[in-house]
Design a protein around this ligand. Structure first.
Ligand code: HEM
Length: 238
């Protein structure tokens, strides 16, 4: 099998993933800079002050945040609708497909293996084989679902907030939108820290990160990490 490669991501899905990542970074940096309530700001007042100085005040910082957020919503909307059959529905189906007994055991074993290692896993009475997974493992699905739903909620609450600058909107709706926007960003961000750790630092995951640029993974990696998908896709090995 050696250096045989297998197709994992299309150019479009790679583009949309990195577009999303860049937007998230800009939106997080500018968004945290917009929080003027000192009790709410997770990293203190120095960041908002620095961002406001850098961009010439809160108003221009807000507009950078709004323009980036609008672009993010528009691109995702077009991508989601135009790729409804090719990407959107298959992706949603994939992240919503679970096999509870297999997946729970995967979470337990993978957790022990990554933190304590195979030796402790054996001492605890588990055999070393980690249950087989499909295109995404259950950990990835547990991030992808809140990332997708959270993205929708963040987008909708953002639209309410910006619309309230131009139209008269019930104040309670606007206040709830601000709170929900803030809390959901925090929740997705917590998952994002694990996602980025798994993608960039975790041992053995480098082929997945490289595939987010090249579109392919070594067949050996696919068989080891995503056996159920590999069994279906192995005919496409180059
Ligand atoms: C710079 C930061 C990021 C890095 C290094 C990164 C890395 C990766 C990698 C390597 C994959 C492919 C996994 C595979 O093929 O098995 C992936 C997939 C994915 N990424 Fe990211 N990503 C980043 C930012 C984001 C952000 C900001 C989001 C959304 C909030 C996101 C959402 C996803 C989703 C939904 C998938 C597909 C499911 C999954 O693998 O979890 N990523 N990412």
């Amino acid at each position: 099998m050696g250096d045989k490669m297998i197709k994992r991501h299309t150019v479009i899905s790679i583009f949309i993933h990195w577009f999303n990542a860049v937007c998230w970074i800009i939106l997080l940096l500018t968004g945290v800079g917009l929080i003027s309530n000192t009790d709410l700001n997770p990293i203190g007042t120095w960041w908002p002050e620095m961002m406001r100085n850098m961009f010439g005040g809160g108003e221009s910082l807000l507009w950078i945040h709004v323009i980036c957020g609008s672009l993010w919503i528009i691109v995702f909307f077009i991508f989601g609708i135009s790729g409804i059959k090719g990407y959107t529905i298959p992706f949603i189906k994939e992240i919503l497909t679970f096999s509870p007994s297999n997946d729970i055991l995967w979470l337990i074993k993978k957790g022990i293996q990554m933190t304590l290692g195979y030796k402790v896993m054996a001492k605890l009475g588990f055999e070393p084989r980690i249950p087989d997974q499909g295109f995404y493992n259950v950990g990835q699905k547990m991030f992808a679902i809140p990332a997708l739903l959270g993205g929708i909620v963040i987008g909708l609450t953002g639209i309410v907030m910006i619309a309230s600058k131009f139209y008269v909107i019930n104040q309670a709706v606007v206040q709830w939108s601000i709170l929900i926007h803030f809390l959901v960003v925090g929740a997705v961000f917590a998952g994002l820290l694990i996602h980025v750790f798994m993608a960039s630092i975790a041992k053995g995951e480098l082929p997945a990160l490289i595939s987010m640029f090249t579109g392919t993974v070594p067949a050996e990696y696919a068989e080891h990490h995503h056996k159920l998908w590999y069994d279906e896709a192995k005919d496409q090995v180059d």
